[in-house]
Design a protein around this ligand. Structure first.
Ligand code: SF4
Length: 150
């Protein structure tokens, strides 16, 4: 079984109410070979919501209490991001998930790069909060590009 970011399978869960659905991934859901989850909604955030970025580090630093997730309006949403990561890990443990495909560059889901905390569109190396927690539990996260090019 595969777990995919909800926004990659056509769900309108992005901060702005949009989606970034990819047909091959939507097909995996239709065929019953995948389920989807959105860590930020699992953490209690809603749609739409203010965009958020990790300030002062990456997802590992957030988990360690050394960085925060802040919205562009200055609200600290760190606790929601950590809760969403924990809820996603719980789903993985409950289901027989062997492949995880999460949206690139997101402060939750990014598996290689994240936005740099300046809300300017610039990226830096690092994992989002959910990808970092899964990494710490030995679970490999692929981005949509990783999966579609494999
Ligand atoms: Fe939700 Fe992750 Fe998609 Fe953001 S990137 S909308 S947290 S599934």
């Amino acid at each position: 079984m595969i777990l995919i970011s909800s926004c990659l399978v056509g769900e309108n869960v992005r901060y702005d109410g949009g989606t970034q659905g990819k047909s091959p991934l939507i097909q995996l859901i239709k065929e019953g070979n995948a389920i989807h989850a959105c860590p930020e909604l699992l953490g209690g955030l809603t749609v739409p919501r203010a965009p958020a970025e990790i300030i002062g580090g990456d997802g590992f630093d957030v988990l360690d209490g050394n960085a925060k997730v802040m919205t562009n309006t200055g609200k600290d949403v760190t606790a929601s991001f950590i809760k969403g990561a924990e809820q996603t890990l719980k789903i993985l443990k409950e289901k027989s998930i062997d492949t995880v495909i999460l949206k690139a560059n997101s402060p939750s889901c990014g598996n290689a790069q994240i936005y740099d905390g300046t809300f300017s569109g610039k990226k830096k190396q690092g994992l989002g909060v959910t990808s970092a927690l899964l990494n710490r539990h030995g679970i490999k996260v692929m981005s949509e590009a990783d999966y579609l090019s494999s």
